[in-house]
Design a protein around this ligand. Structure first.
Ligand code: NAD
Length: 333
């Protein structure tokens, strides 16, 4: 089976190169992002492999189907960038990597909390300049603080566990489908999202991006949060309405924000944008706040996660090549 591997980076080439032994799969690594104009690059391939910011809308899927592409393998967990209805209509199989290393993201989210609370990033640059003043670096203890976890799937549960068991935080959670494991991890559910927002000192988002969760953090929900709250998003950018976030930052309502994702990240993330003008004024404004820490969708990036992503994606592609139903198919509910 020949597979066009879009948006490839060096770490993908290394991890998939190491994992691709005797699979019968030939990977053609392409730097281009999948979008309508780059569909022709998939000519002569049976499958394509994509990541979080590739576009797999109905137009793209139609183009791929016309080229004879049978499957799209997402090398990530989220599938919000795929039109599942169109894929079903066109008979294209969509697979993903449902759980590659929830620890990678949960540990990163915890580190992001520590970074914005204790200001590691500011200390790092200050010390490199020979400035050892501590003014402006005042933090607070996490011990006994109330942390609100929104979405207690694989990553949210682990983040809550680290904070409850490791830091002895009071971890509360909200999920449409509460998990039975939460109690043993020291996580307590509240009945409504509003209750979580009102009680939490720190809020961490861990639910998927769906029609129901898009802009769940907006003017109203930000208004329900405590003054000085810390908001962390390692999930998907569009969970947050950026305009409302900026308003809440400007008014001083938010204490600090940590973002590994941004709703329009595909224009800048996963590329060296240091010699580009940032035309997205909301993004530029976010980067300008002293109390906002942004990383470029990095939470998944560990050796362990990359290995699991490569192994599972290759298995998904083999299943497609062999006409076998992969356990990791994404189907329309
Ligand atoms: P998961 O499917 O295991 O869990 C998601 C949870 O969110 C589920 O328990 C679900 O019931 C809950 N949920 C859905 N809608 C909700 C709502 N309206 N309110 C509250 N809870 C709701 O997912 P996961 O593997 O834990 O991943 C969580 C998120 O992290 C996903 O968005 C994924 O795309 C993202 N992610 C980011 C990175 C990164 O590198 N930054 C890496 C992996 C995953």
């Amino acid at each position: 089976m020949k597979v066009a591997f879009y948006s490839s980076k060096k770490y993908d080439i290394d991890s998939f190169g190491n994992a691709n032994n005797n699979t019968g799969i030939e990977l053609n690594f392409l730097e281009s992002r999948l979008e309508k104009s780059t569909v022709p690059l998939a000519a002569g391939h049976d499958g394509v492999c994509i990541f979080v910011n590739d576009s797999c809308d109905a137009d793209v899927l139609e183009g791929l189907a016309n080229l004879g592409v049978k499957c799209v393998a997402l090398r990530c967990a989220g599938f919000n960038n795929v039109d599942l209805q169109a894929a079903e209509r066109l008979g294209i199989e969509i697979s993903r990597v449902p759980a590659y290393s929830p620890e990678a993201v949960a540990e990163f989210a915890t580190g992001m909390i520590m970074t914005v609370v204790r200001k590691y990033h500011k200390a790092y640059s200050r010390v490199r300049e020979g400035n050892f003043l501590l003014d402006g670096l005042l933090g607070f203890n996490l011990f006994q603080k109330t942390i609100g976890i929104i979405g207690t799937g694989k990553i949210g549960l682990l983040t809550g566990k680290i904070l409850a068991k490791g830091f002895e935080c009071n971890v509360i959670a909200y999920d449409l489908y509460p998990s039975k494991q939460a109690g043993e991890y020291g996580i307590r559910y509240v009945d409504t999202l509003e209750e979580l927002l009102r009680q939490s000192d720190i809020i961490s988002l861990h639910c998927p991006l769906t029609d129901g969760t898009k802009h769940m953090i907006n003017d109203t929900t930000l208004g329900q949060m405590k003054k000085g709250v810390i908001l962390i998003n390692t999930s998907r950018g569009a969970l947050i309405d950026t305009t409302a976030l900026i308003k809440a930052l400007k008014s001083g309502h938010l204490g600090a924000v940590g973002l590994d994702v941004y709703e329009k990240e595909s224009a800048y993330f996963f590329a060296d944008s240091s010699t580009k003008i940032i035309y997205d004024d909301n993004f530029a404004r976010l980067l300008s706040f002293y109390n906002v820490f942004v990383s470029g969708h990095q939470a998944f990036l560990t050796v362990e996660a990359l290995k699991k992503i490569a192994d599972t994606t290759l298995r998904n592609l083999q299943d497609c090549a062999n006409g076998k139903k992969s356990p990791n198919l994404v189907e329309r509910k």
